[in-house]
Design a protein around this ligand. Structure first.
Ligand code: HEC
Ligand code: HEC
Ligand code: HEC
Ligand code: HEC
Length: 454
């Protein structure tokens, strides 16, 4: 019964999509990856889409509607790039998707001097003071009968904040009489957005949510949520790109969407949290043309991008294996004992733990073939970042999964002499792993209840 229902639902979704696609979208926009190559899978509510899904969708649209203009609002990387291989993977993938225009956004701007790992794509920025110094960046890009401009509102001496001179310059640059043919990719403050939007020079403004928008409350998350609300707000006639590759913004006769319309999000320069339904906090019903890309939509990812992913995975496996060689040496002096050695004296605690998801945290990684990915292993085993902690499934199986010592601290000395009892605040440990992107539903009271022991 459920199966039939699911099948019908899928068939309906596909049919609806096809009919929408057949009508053709004239602009597709995406952006603000901030380093999120792929969802981690820790919680479906923070599924940020990822590049595979996005590339598959863009490919589908281009097949149906070859004239579609694909614009990208930049900000591919977090402000601090921790994983260079992954950054290069993002970069290569974007080169393969090849948008018609990419805004030089905040993080891209900060990377311009180093160039690495910025992709070679058609970059656009229309408010630079000295255009000649950046030949790789266009002031305006003409693609498929459209003119694409880019605006970055940073307090920076190399950039011009929107004013009449800049506007006259844009008018001189333009070769079309119709505003409908002009697209602006925008990133800046509310005030700038409102000025630019009031000129009615652009038919479409694609706004990228930046930390500069809607600064009213001190709290970062509050600020970011405000900014999202604002850039979606119709008073600016601007649409905000879905971030992190969660979705595509479509313009061109598309009003219906079979995808969920609610979204919760907070973005900071280093982390991104997006929760999809159930949520009632922000409702963007009036902003119809966003197509959220749902899990499973990776089928149809271009081969070249699948290859980039395979290469990134290979690199992280190699890094893991390098670490195995390094870290094995520290095991003999390990201060970790492993949960088995606690069982004899703390039977009831042990039994509670054995039944908890912590005791099988590694299986979740194995199921996704990520057991040799340092960026995942970190939170799914004992002491991966500590000396003498987990090395690998074969070298240190006793330290696999989340165990007593993740919360109570290393305890070998205590096993040898129970009087040796370090004072560790076990409850303080949760937040190290149950961070908003990985555990958006975490709350101490209900979570502790699930694993309570003495
Ligand atoms: C040989 C028996 C024995 C073993 C093995 C043992 N413990 Fe204990 N543990 C004790 C005793 C005895 C106490 C003290 C009880 C008290 O003071 O009420 C204790 C206290 C504790 C406490 C509470 C006080 C504190 O230090 O925070 C924790 C937590 C704890 N043990 C965790 C562990 C863990 C984790 C392991 C395995 C790595 C372990 N114990 C292995 C006997 C043992
Ligand atoms: C910052 C710590 C952290 C990192 C890094 C991390 N995880 Fe997790 N993961 C968690 C936590 C915490 C949960 C449990 C979330 C909850 O239930 O609230 C979890 C849950 C999961 C689950 C869900 C298990 C289930 O119940 O179905 C999967 C799968 C998973 N993680 C895979 C990964 C993969 C793959 C990576 C690397 C890309 C990764 N994790 C990186 C902390 C982390
Ligand atoms: C996810 C974290 C976590 C894991 C895993 C965990 N514990 Fe605990 N444990 C706690 C917390 C939190 C408390 C309550 C401490 C408090 O209230 O300050 C606690 C309490 C205890 C106590 C009682 C301490 C006291 O002061 O009375 C013992 C003993 C204990 N745990 C042993 C274990 C053993 C043995 C294991 C593994 C088999 C284990 N715990 C796994 C977090 C954890
Ligand atoms: C070292 C990282 C780490 C720490 C510390 C940690 N957890 Fe977890 N927790 C995880 C991971 C990973 C999972 C998911 C396991 C899986 O299924 O793969 C998880 C899952 C859980 C779950 C199961 C959630 C569900 O939906 O079934 C509960 C409950 C939980 N943790 C509570 C806690 C509490 C309470 C603390 C602090 C006392 C804590 N955890 C500390 C990593 C951690």
């Amino acid at each position: 019964m459920t199966r039939i229902f699911l099948f019908l639902f899928q068939a309906f979704t596909i049919a609806l999509l096809t009919s929408l696609e057949a009508r053709g979208a004239s602009v597709l926009a995406f952006g603000d990856f901030r380093g999120h190559l792929e969802p981690c899978g820790c919680d479906p509510r923070t599924d940020v889409g990822g590049i595979k899904r996005l590339a598959a969708a863009v490919t589908r649209y281009r097949a149906v509607s070859p004239d579609v203009v694909v614009v990208h609002s930049g900000n591919l990387f977090p402000l601090v790039i921790k994983d260079k291989t992954e950054a290069q993977g993002i970069s290569k993938s974007i080169e393969i998707i090849r948008p018609d225009a990419s805004l030089v956004n905040e993080t891209d701007w900060s990377l311009l001097s180093t160039k690495e790992p910025l992709p070679k794509v058609p970059w656009v920025l229309s408010n630079m003071r000295e255009k000649k110094s950046r030949p790789e960046i266009s002031e305006v890009i003409r693609a498929k009968d459209k003119e694409i401009y880019g605006y970055l509102g940073l307090q920076n001496k190399s950039l011009v904040s929107f004013n009449q001179d800049l506007f006259s310059q844009w008018k001189k640059l333009s070769k079309t009489k119709s505003a409908a043919d002009r697209i602006l990719i925008f990133s800046g403050t509310d005030a700038e957005l409102s000025k630019v939007s009031n000129t009615k020079f652009f038919g479409v403004i694609i706004s990228s949510n930046t930390t500069k928008l809607g600064i009213e409350k001190g709290d970062q998350e509050q600020k970011d949520e405000n900014s999202l609300m604002r850039s979606f707000s119709s008073k600016f006639l601007a649409w905000s790109v879905p971030f992190g590759g969660t979705g595509l913004l479509r313009q061109g006769g598309l009003e219906l969407t079979p995808f969920p319309k609610t979204l919760e999000a907070s973005v900071t320069s280093t982390s991104l949290t997006v929760s999809r339904p159930p949520s009632t906090r922000l409702t963007f019903d009036k902003i119809a043309p966003v197509q959220w890309l749902t899990p499973g939509e990776e089928s149809g990812t271009p081969e070249a991008i699948v290859k980039v992913f395979d290469d990134v995975r290979e690199a992280s496996r190699n890094q893991f294996r390098f670490l195995v060689a390094q870290r094995s040496k520290d095991l003999p002096e390990s201060e970790f004992a492993g949960a088995e050695s606690c069982a004899s004296c703390h039977r009831s605690s042990y039994d509670v733990w054995m039944k908890s998801k912590h005791a099988t945290a590694m299986i979740s990684l194995v199921n996704r073939s990520r057991q040799e990915d340092p960026s995942c292993v970190e939170c799914h085993v004992v002491g991966f970042t500590a000396k003498g902690g987990y090395v690998s499934e074969t070298v240190s199986p006793k330290l696999s999964n989340v165990q007593c010592e993740n919360c109570h601290g290393a305890r070998k000395a205590h096993v040898e002499n129970p009087l040796n009892a370090p004072k560790v605040d076990a409850k303080a440990s949760c937040a190290e792993c149950h961070t908003p992107p990985h555990s958006p539903g975490f709350d101490m009271t209900s979570y502790w209840k699930m694993i309570e022991h003495k």
